[in-house]
Write a new protein. Sequence first.
Length: 104
Amino acid sequence: MEGDILGGLMRWQVSIWMIGALAGALFFVMRAALSRFMREMDARLERIERVTEEIARIDGELARLRAELPVHYIRRDDHVRDITTLSVKLDRIYELLLIKGVQK
């Protein structure tokens, strides 16, 4: 009878030890998974910050380009009008040279 009590007590102790070991193992596995998750989140946040900085830089360059564009850009209609005006002036000069050449 005494052996039955000690045997039952030993089984309970072993069961408690096993439950404790499983709980500890589960705790460390969860801790490792959480740690890995946090590292991945930090890496993602860092990438987001870099992308945000890159977007801000591109936005600044675009604003600068918009400011400089009117200085370096001529519309097609303006160019055609200017060339037409120059052609008319050259034609007049040519006619004047022909008239003066005929009068001599």
